[in-house]
Design a protein around this ligand. Structure first.
Ligand code: ZN
Length: 480
């Protein structure tokens, strides 16, 4: 039992130090390990299995909406990166360069892709000539490199895994519909499969992607009241097409510029899961992406029949499509409870000699530690129902946290008072649309603009900062 205590003591409580709590979980739950390259991490099997589940579900949603996967090279020649002015300005400060091949200096240096718009554009210019070549609905699953100064596992790393969708359309209307469609796919994914409530919105001018006409994002609120951008979808207009000379012959035989989009989600989502659902006993995983959905812990496993019954139960759950693990190691039952709580396994099944005698088992749900005795008959159905219940339970908890930490304010003083008295959270306040006011709000409160929600409401007539006529409702907050 001394062992069990140590595991829990080993993580700092989130109330004491949220940042330390986060890194403790990332390490203790065996999601990552640091490497000798700053900001680059090993995603360990348990962490990678979460990513694989995210990937599988998202990829299905992309294909369902007509997208095909492709794979671009990882190097971008300097001259190609420089073709779109805003884009290169945005990314140049954090680009890693390759200057040598072996001992030979390259004639033109190559950047390691920070994102792949320029590569897609070069490719489009080669393959798009006629309206019959449009649209192209592409996605790729790759890693990208951004030379960040401060790094944190999953949230900000120099190399990270992601998907980047890139599409090209004959008309602006089509491209705008695509941008919004993928924002909705992202929001649905987060809410349904990760149990993370999100706000869908549009970024302000100063906060949009380098080279985009408009950027949409989904914003989530973490347990500590800080915002996290969970996914973005950009509309590019025909700016990239013009910079890269992509043109097509229309039905009317005219040369036209096509319109583009891109959209991305990253391993950041794993950080979002940790900070939305985790608690002082460790991770709490949404069932849809949990590598292990149910763990069977045999109690008094040396007693006759216990392990046999446990295996039988495991096989029946497996056959029903549940990701299940039987831990028949020699560790104590108490140690195992702490271990799988740390790893956020949604449902624990305890099975001992007396349970078997009574044709029952104990199930404990991770997020609320509720204990119930259930029959071994139709156990798979019972567990499936429990997983749905867990998903709803953690979603409601996250939603409640967000509602409790969302403050409606009409003056700067109100914002500061709310943040001081109630702690970090989303601030809902009106804005005149002036960049100066946007900067000033951040300077005076620490809360930056997160997004202008698609569902606009008029909570006041005037800008929270200057008192002039308000144009938009904005969600403000401190962010990861
Ligand atoms: Zn203003």
């Amino acid at each position: 039992m001394a062992n069990d205590k140590k595991m829990v003591e080993d993580i700092t409580s989130m109330e004491e130090d949220f940042a330390k709590w986060y890194t403790d979980i990332v390490k203790k739950a065996e999601l990552i390990e640091y490497t000798s390259v700053k900001g680059c991490m090993v995603i360990r099997p348990y962490g990678y299995a979460i990513w694989e589940n995210i990937q599988r579900i998202l990829d299905g949603m992309f294909k369902e909406t007509g997208h095909e996967n492709v794979c671009m090279p990882m190097f971008i020649p300097e001259s190609l990166l420089q073709k779109e002015k805003d884009h290169v300005e945005g990314f140049a400060p954090e680009v890693a360069w390759v200057t040598h091949g072996g001992s030979e200096k390259l004639e033109e240096k190559l950047c390691v892709r920070p994102t792949s718009e320029t590569l897609f554009c070069e490719h489009y210019a080669n393959i798009i000539h006629s309206h019959r070549d449009l649209p192209k609905l592409y996605n790729q699953w790759v890693s990208v490199v951004r030379w960040e100064k401060t790094t944190r596992p999953f949230l900000r790393s120099r190399e990270f895994l992601w998907q980047e969708g890139h599409t090209i359309h004959a008309t602006a209307e089509e491209a705008i519909i695509e941008t919004e469609k993928m924002l909705n796919v992202y929001a649905d994914f987060c809410e349904k499969y990760l149990a993370i409530p999100v706000v869908k919105g549009k970024k302000t001018e100063s906060d949009k992607f380098a080279g985009a006409v408009s950027t949409y994002a989904i914003e989530a609120l973490m347990h500590d009241g800080k915002a996290l951008q969970a996914g973005t979808s950009h509309y590019f207009g025909d700016g990239f097409a013009k910079a890269f000379g992509i043109q097509y012959q229309s039905k009317e035989n005219k040369l036209e510029y096509p319109h583009q989009t891109s959209w991305g989600m990253t391993t950041r989502l794993i950080g979002a899961i940790i900070m939305t659902h985790g608690d002082n006993n460790g991770l709490v995983l949404p069932p849809a992406v949990a590598p292990i959905q149910a763990v069977i812990i045999p109690v008094a496993q040396h007693k006759e029949g216990v392990l046999e019954k446990s295996e039988e139960v495991m096989n029946s759950l497996k056959a029903a499509g549940i990701r299940v693990k039987l831990d028949d190691s020699n560790n104590s039952a108490g140690w195992k409870y702490a271990e799988y709580e740390m790893k956020g396994v949604p449902v624990r099944i305890e099975l001992g000699p007396r349970d078997i005698e009574n044709n029952q088992c104990v199930i404990v749900t991770r997020h609320n530690r509720e204990k119930t005795f259930v029959s071994l008959d139709n156990l798979a159905e019972t567990i499936k129902a429990k997983l749905v219940e867990v998903n709803e339970g953690i979603y409601q908890k996250a939603l409640e946290n967000r509602e409790n930490k969302t403050y409606t304010c009409t003056t700067i003083d109100e914002i500061n008072a709310a943040l001081t008295e109630k702690g970090d959270g989303f601030i809902k306040a009106m804005w005149c649309g002036d960049e100066e006011c946007e900067d000033k709000v951040k300077e005076m409160t620490g809360a930056g603009s997160r997004c202008m929600p698609l569902e606009q409401e008029a909570i006041a007539d005037t800008c929270v900062c200057c008192g002039k006529k308000a144009q938009h409702l904005v969600y403000w907050g401190k962010a990861y």
